[in-house]
Design a protein around this ligand. Sequence first.
Ligand SMILES: [Zn+2]
Length: 79
Amino acid sequence: MMTCQAVAATASAYLDRELPLSRRAAVAWHLRLCPNCRAYLATLKRTIGLARKAPVAAPAPEVEDNLAALFRARQNSAD
Ligand SMILES: [Zn+2]
């Protein structure tokens, strides 16, 4: 059986379905028998889900305009 460390090391690849089938099966088997790793994977899955749902921080349009004006002013003064 895989060790918990080995499961933890491949956990994100497992969740992304990037593991070869034999490896996947080994992880799945470990998860059936190991509540600790099941809890770890559930937490990891939730964390990844939250990170993907988090809105991308973008500046308000007026902030972008102000920045653009600032850059232009700096470039002009450098000439
Ligand atoms: Zn385990």
